[in-house]
Write a protein that binds this ligand. Structure first.
Ligand SMILES: *[C@@H]1O[C@H](CO)[C@@H](O)[C@H](O)[C@H]1NC(C)=O
Ligand SMILES: *[C@@H]1O[C@H](CO)[C@@H](O)[C@H](O)[C@H]1NC(C)=O
Ligand SMILES: *[C@@H]1O[C@H](CO)[C@@H](O)[C@H](O)[C@H]1NC(C)=O
Ligand SMILES: *[C@@H]1O[C@H](CO)[C@@H](O)[C@H](O)[C@H]1NC(C)=O
Length: 781
């Protein structure tokens, strides 16, 4: 078996490519034997183990004259020398007559010398037995035609780390036996398909580290035997669809350290035999649906060290029946893996996800990987709550235990790599605990949405006419709904499920957008301007051909029955001349004028509720609503709730009947910039209205006392509770921008939701619902 193959089957993806450089496994070698010949001065002559490029073992008479500052070939070289080591000297030429007196010379190493012309070695008569020639780290700049014609048996040629900027089309002519060619780390700017015509047996090609920005179509078509291709560090920005055409035997491919922004899916379809793929250190932002599909021989995939990777989307990896190892590590912004990201990976055994920004790994992922044996999740900001239940220790907790055990029977045997370093960072009470030590009883059974901090920057600059792409993702249980709010306060939702039509004007209006702020943003009233807005199902907002008017604060909201999380991004639109800040500044100006257009109205009043609505025409993510019962002589507390961005109405519930209330709306952007929120914070005046709740209908004689008493009792109880909660110091600064919003009181007119009563009575498994996931109420006296 060939060394390349042996190591290709090893368990380390990086070794696959490392193996190409160091083909022989050291350590298990037999020791060197003495060789009694007249050896050149200062050199060492020994019989040493040696493996041919096709892995045949030899006891090789070896002359080692490395590191001797030689400028000339030392003499005498014994006639039966097999291996001649001359690396790290000062040679710029060789007496080729001496070499030709060595009929058994098989391996010649002149790396790290000063050769600038390859012919000084290969000229005149042939070195018929030479299999391996090391010329790395010399000063070669050009390879002329027929450079190696005198080396008909050569199997390995190492030319890396020279200054090669040109190679003649027929430079490699005559190398019919060549198996391995390293021309990486030179100055080549193009790849000439002609080079490879002379190399029908080539198996390994290292081409990386050359400033080649684009590979030609069908460039490698002559390399019918190629099994390993390394294209690392080349500056590739993309790959032509037919760039890899003809590489029928290719098993291992590395794109390490390039500038790819997408997975080159089309090009990869041309190499169906691929087993090992390394895409590490590229600029890929998303692994998208269908990126890796039906690669039926793929065994190992590396998606590590990507600064910009934020999300692995639904069905990103699908039907890879041979995939056993998947590495997605050291991606500082990767915070989201879709619960159905991995489909039909029936043989995946090892899933490496350490050192990302993941808060959880959804149980669905574990369930979808029947062969999974080990998972690595350490060095992630893990959230030990509902999404992580599969990882928790089982305890006597009848209700939860049952569901988990039936669903995750297989997932439970998965081994954690570095369990001592796999720690919870949320919730606070479980912080720094080892995930595997936390019991399922300690983990909450459901969880609020959370938009990871790392997924969205706080500022994004876009060139006028360019495309704005903002990725918002959130995990929660129950699964959250996501929507975006534009600077003008418009709510943009993804297209409803099953509808292939992207969010256009039609679907926007069907989602209940109500633009009423004609005065401040006339472009919002018409449908037309929103044709170029798109919200993708996963939560990505795309705006093509953006204009300066669209600069401003965009807020993503993720909401489920338990509450919501929001995150805002300031978008600046600038042209080539103007400075970045301009867009944001312009928006700020617009923002300063907003107050006049917000008007709080009472839409409907009941006995125990009131529906309030307002219009602002701006995205004001830190808006609050406060209310207070007014009695002539009693001091009553004021309650406050946050209003989700994009919301323009609120159902205030649990009011007392026949009572006067005063309600105030405190508009706040809070997120434009620190400066803006500070300067506006004090000057803003809340909009207030008063109303009186309806009278309770004349009671039936038979029910005379009880109902009213009960209702009052409940209300009083609630108030007491609220006071208690507020008294415990659970509060959030109004100015604080991107925090989590625990929205239990929020009542959208279109979608009525849980109210306090529900929260209190529906607490899981009988225990009190915890503050951290509950009311956002606080006293505001
Ligand atoms: C070269 O190797 C062959 C076979 O290993 C051997 O018979 C021959 O003597 C060697 N030639 C010299 C000059 O050592
Ligand atoms: C709720 O808080 C209590 C302590 O106040 C704690 O014992 C319990 O584990 C918490 N439950 C959840 C679901 O966070
Ligand atoms: C939009 O708001 C107006 C008045 O504020 C209201 O009459 C209309 O019914 C609303 N439309 C929708 C679709 O909610
Ligand atoms: C507002 O809340 C009350 C009390 O829960 C409810 O009866 C009423 O139907 C709600 N109104 C709307 C429009 O959701």
């Amino acid at each position: 078996m060939r060394p390349a193959l042996v190591l290709l089957q090893s368990h380390c993806l990086l070794c696959v490519f490392g193996a190409v450089v160091v083909p022989v496994v050291l350590g298990s070698l037999p020791p060197a034997l003495p060789w009694h010949v007249s050896c050149p001065v200062r050199c060492v002559c020994q019989i040493k183990p040696w493996f041919s490029p096709d892995s045949v073992y030899h006891e090789a008479p070896t002359v080692d004259c490395s590191d001797l500052l030689l400028t000339k070939l030392p003499l005498p070289i014994p006639e039966n020398t097999h291996t001649l080591r001359l690396q790290s000297n000062l040679l710029s030429g060789l007496d080729t007559a001496v070499l030709h007196g060595l009929p058994n010379l098989t391996d010649l190493d002149v790396s790290q010398n000063r050769f600038s012309h390859v012919r000084t070695i290969t000229q005149s008569s042939s070195l018929l037995s030479l299999l391996s020639l090391h010329l790395e780290e010399n000063h070669l700049s050009h390879l002329p035609e027929d450079s190696f014609l005198s080396l008909p048996a050569l199997q390995e040629l190492f030319l890396s780390h020279n200054n090669l900027h040109s190679i003649a089309p027929g430079a490699f002519t005559g190398l019919d036996s060549l198996l391995r060619l390293h021309i990486n780390n030179n100055r080549l700017t193009t790849v000439d398909p002609q080079w490879f015509k002379a190399l029908p047996r080539l198996e390994v090609l290292m081409l990386g580290g050359n400033p080649v920005e684009a590979l030609p179509e069908r460039g490698f078509i002559a390399l019918k035997s190629l099994r390993s291709l390394v294209l690392g560090g080349m500056g590739l920005r993309g790959l032509a669809e037919k760039a890899l055409e003809g590489l029928e035997g290719l098993e291992s491919l590395s794109f390490y350290d390039n500038l790819l922004t997408k997975v080159p899916t089309q090009a990869l379809r041309r190499v169906p035999g691929l087993k090992f793929l390394d895409l590490n250190k590229n600029r890929i932002k998303l692994i998208e649906t269908g990126d890796f599909q039906d690669m039926i021989h793929l065994k190992e995939l590396g998606l590590n060290n990507m600064e910009e990777l934020v999300s692995i989307e639904r069905a990103a990896l699908e039907n890879l029946p041979e995939l056993t190892k998947l590495e997605i590590t050291n991606n500082p912004r990767l915070s989201y893996i879709h619960p159905q990201a991995f489909l039909q990976l029936s043989r995946l055994e090892s899933l490496m996800l350490n050192s990302n920004s993941l808060s959880a790994l959804h149980q669905h992922i574990m369930l979808s990987l029947p062969s999974l044996q080990e998972v690595s999740l350490h060095s992630n900001p893990l959230r030990c709550d509902c999404l992580f239940h599969w990882a928790a220790k089982q305890t006597a907790h009848p209700h939860i235990e049952k569901t988990i055990q039936t669903e995750t029977q297989t997932a439970r045997v998965v081994r954690f790599i570095q369990p001592q370093a796999t720690l919870c960072s949320e919730p606070p009470e479980l912080r720094a605990r080892r995930v595997r030590d936390v019991t399922s009883g300690e983990m909450s059974a459901s969880c609020l949405p959370m938009i990871p901090v790392s997924s969205l920057p706080s500022y994004v600059g876009v060139r006028e006419g360019g495309k704005l792409v903002l990725h918002c993702r959130a995990l929660a249980d129950p699964p959250p709904e996501l929507y975006w709010v534009t600077p003008s306060g418009l709510k943009l939702s993804p297209p409803s499920k099953g509808s292939p039509v992207p969010t256009s004007c039609k679907s926007l209006t069907s989602e209940g957008i109500n633009h009423t702020s004609a005065s401040s943003a006339p472009d919002d009233t018409a449908c037309q301007p929103f044709k170029h807005y798109q919200v993708l199902p996963e939560g990505t907002l795309e705006i093509s051909k953006i204009t300066p008017r669209e600069a401003g604060l965009y807020t993503c909201v993720a909401e489920n029955a338990l509450g919501a999380d929001t995150r805002s991004v300031t978008v600046g639109v600038h042209d080539r001349i103007k400075k970045r800040k301009r867009g944001a500044a312009a928006n700020l100006k617009k923002f300063l004028q907003f107050r006049a257009d917000a008007r709080l109205e009472v839409r409907e009043v009941g006995e125990h509720f009131a529906i309030l609505s307002w219009q602002s025409g701006h995205n004001l993510p830190s808006t609050r609503l406060s209310w207070q019962a007014i009695y002539s002589n009693v001091h009553t507390p004021t309650y406050t709730t946050r209003i989700l961005a994009g919301t323009q109405s609120f159902n205030l519930t649990h009011l007392q009947a026949e009572t006067f209330y005063r309600v105030c709306l405190h508009l706040g952007s809070g997120e434009v910039t620190k400066h803006a929120s500070r300067s506006l914070g004090g000057s803003k005046k809340p909009q207030c209205v008063s109303f009186r709740t309806k009278d309770v209908p004349e009671p039936q004689p038979s029910l005379q006392l009880n109902p009213q008493l009960t209702s009052t009792a409940v209300t009083l109880l609630l108030l007491a509770l609220i006071l208690l909660l507020a008294g415990q110091g659970w509060d959030t600064e109004p100015g604080e921008g991107t925090g989590k919003h625990h929205m239990t009181l929020h009542q959208d007119i279109q979608r009525p939701k849980a109210v306090i009563i529900n929260q209190k009575t529906k607490g899981r498994d009988g225990h009190e619902p915890n503050l951290s996931e509950k009311l956002l109420l606080h006293q505001d006296c």
